[in-house]
Design a protein around this ligand. Sequence first.
Ligand code: CAA
Length: 255
Amino acid sequence: MEEFVLLELMGPIAVIKINRPKALNALSREIVDLIDDKLELIKKNKEIKALIITGDNNFAAGADIVDMVDKNAKEAKAFLFSDTFSKLESIEMPTIAAICGYALGGGLELALACDLRIASEDAQMGLPEINLGIMPGAGGTVRLPRLIGEAKAKELIYLGGRLSSQEAYQFGIVNKVVKTEELMTEALKMAGKLAEKSVIALKAAKKSINSGIECTKAEAINNEAELWAALFDSQDQKEGMKAFLEKRKPNYLGK
Ligand code: CAA
């Protein structure tokens, strides 16, 4: 049987690859459940320090329209991917979406739940749900305006058009555009750099940024101060600062 979602471990880096090329990696409920299973495995493995999500030739051309066409409201709600995408967003380690080909609808929403996005120069992104008589339902109307601002998000969601990777870069959706054949090398390079940092410092930074967007500015500043100060009880803080003073590379233990 075809494996629709592959998990590969490359030292401290985990790579989840969506593998349903015949349907351009359209996301069925089964595929999203498989991604969820992989996330659970990754959460339990303390050796993993960064996660890349990618797809075979295409990132994902959205939720599976064949699966959705006849659903009523109750069934559509059960089909939706929000829980898994929120699990991905809140996983402790940094996450990178390595986007090639199409990242549309639920596919782009999956990428938006990652911390960083690298796109190959041939990639195309968009939230075309409006063209199907629906709207984005797996975080698109929530994460995209937070990422790029309301006006640009409304333009993409209301008009349902597609962006090239360069345009997505200009919109602030992707962090970097790279040659198509270099996508995974670049994603692994970035993940490798992340894996060298202190796991606990990165975890705290992610928590502060993610929670800071959800609460008032005063609460966010307060949370940040708590998270920052707590790092001073860690060995990694001592190691990082001593290494600087001793003019050597730090060796972080994640403690
Ligand atoms: N669901 C199911 N099947 C899909 C699919 C999808 N989202 N996207 C592509 N496919 C299938 C096609 O039906 C086709 O299958 P067959 O060969 O069996 O006919 C195969 O993948 C190849 O696709 P095309 O022939 O259409 O390829 P193309 O190169 O001409 O076009 C495309 C590519 C522009 C991505 C086009 O396939 C397309 O527009 N796909 C739909 C994109 C979309 O609307 N996504 C949003 C879905 S809704 C959503 O995601 C809701 C949400 O918020 C959770």
